[in-house]
Design a protein around this ligand. Structure first.
Ligand SMILES: [Zn+2]
Length: 431
């Protein structure tokens, strides 16, 4: 029996690849190695070239070019092997609901968990299709094992059909996307691609090329701690009160995540820790527009400065760390990777859409690092919890889109520059 996309998907989701932000290793958890090694074996069995799994858990492989045309860009396809630490991922039991009848899906191992099409319009539109869910006790892990199954099926198809004309294709399976270190240790010269795509989006037809730009901030408030009994005399300054004042001063109605949508950014206090003597508040700041992001940072800094002036006995510091940037700021300069993805979506009979993502992807970082990397749909929905599902037909559509995409790059992509290649990869002999 041939290895189908669905069979691959079911095989991969059963492996617990949860990542953790608390580990210093890469990958952050041993479960990711299990899937990475399985994929490496499968790639070798398929006949992929250059299969390499490095010490940090980056699995790379090549589908050699079938086209003699000079100047066809090298396209990389990426998916992440880890799943989110937000919900249990131990012993995922995937269930295939064949030709789903459109009724709410009650998950058998916890009947309170119901995937209801009335609540999720994108599910309603999948009536009659084959839906995969978990059993109620775990997430499914379609994010991003749908992407992995699609890329593996693409490789299998291309390696079995050398008559399909395409340039050299690089495959990359990386760890730890969900804990924001998915591309930290990825060597772009070793990857050796001019352009890349992540297969890590949900709705059919989506080509995402705009993400948030993101900073984090830490506000540290040092108060003056004394015995409460003689606090008045001794000049107690309670850092907790100052922290509360700072949070109240941030309007919730238009710049917090709970009250914003679409292209509105926010300042989000995500953690508060401390006591009288010292209180630390962590923030994340998000906006699609870099100038707006900077304005939000200035606003937070201004509030801290105002508080410092009002209470000189305290010491208030506010520091920022750049997290990632909107890939659109780079892609707008040359939209070829987006336009060819649009063509590929149309080639499978869908109309492309490009919502501005309210988050980041591995592609945000890669694009900023010089490798243009839009995100493509992979057919999973509502990830990171028990009510996640994937649609088999949408994964198939994504596979067909990728097949069209690599051939479109051969037909129309010659001359595109993207990220320059090191000689070694450019001179890679064809097999
Ligand atoms: Zn993902």
């Amino acid at each position: 029996m041939p290895d189908t996309l669905l069979a691959r998907f079911l095989r991969y989701v059963k492996i617990n690849t949860v990542s953790t932000p608390e580990a210093a290793t890469s990958p952050s958890t041993p479960g990711q190695w299990v899937l990475l090694r399985l994929l490496a074996d499968e790639l070798r069995a398929l006949g992929a070239a250059d299969v390499s799994l490095d010490d940090n858990g980056y699995l790379l492989a090549t589908v050699p070019a079938t086209s003699d045309k000079p100047g066809v860009p090298v396209v990389a396809l990426l998916a992440h092997v880890d799943t989110a630490p937000d919900f249990n991922s131990d012993q995922v039991k995937p269930i295939v609901h064949r030709k789903w009848n459109g009724k709410p899906i009650v998950l058998p191992d916890d009947k309170r968990q119901v995937i209801d099409p009335a609540r999720f319009p994108t599910l309603a539109s999948a009536k009659g299709h084959d839906i995969v869910t978990a059993s109620g006790l775990t997430l499914l892990g379609g994010d991003d094992k749908a992407g992995i199954a699609i890329i593996m099926s693409l490789a299998a198809h291309l390696l079995a059909h050398p008559e399909l004309k395409h340039g050299l294709i690089r495959l990359c399976f990386n760890p730890d996307e969900e804990v924001a270190s998915g591309v930290d240790k990825l060597n772009l010269d070793t990857l050796g691609a001019n352009v890349a795509y992540t297969l890590d989006g949900d709705n059919p037809g989506e080509v995402v090329w705009e993400t948030f730009s993101a900073d984090s901030a830490v506000v540290t408030i040092e108060g003056v701690s004394t015995h409460p009994g003689d606090a008045k005399k001794s000049g107690m300054v309670n850092a907790l009160h100052l922290a509360a004042r700072l949070l109240v001063a941030l309007p919730r109605d238009n710049i917090s995540p709970e009250t914003t949508d679409l292209r509105e950014g926010y300042i989000h206090p995500s953690r508060l820790e401390g006591g009288v003597d010292r209180t630390v508040i962590k923030f994340i700041l998000r906006d699609h527009d870099l100038a707006e992001l900077r304005a939000k940072g200035a606003r937070l800094k201004g509030l801290c400065a105002g508080m410092q002036a009002a209470e000189p006995r305290a010491k208030i510091t506010c520091t920022f760390v750049e997290q990632y940037r909107n890939m659109g700021d780079w892609l707008k300069k040359d939209m070829t990777p987006v336009n060819l993805a649009y063509d590929a979506v149309r080639a499978i009979g869908l109309e492309p859409t490009s919502p501005a993502t309210r988050g980041g992807t591995d592609g945000s970082r890669l694009t900023e690092m010089g490798l243009p990397t839009p995100n493509l749909f992979a057919g999973y929905h509502n990830p990171h919890g028990p009510l996640e599902w994937a649609v088999v037909q949408e994964m198939e559509q994504s596979l067909q889109m990728c097949l069209a995409l690599v051939q479109l790059w051969e037909q129309k992509g010659v001359g595109y520059k993207g990220r320059p290649l090191k000689k070694r990869r450019a001179a890679q002999p064809r097999k």
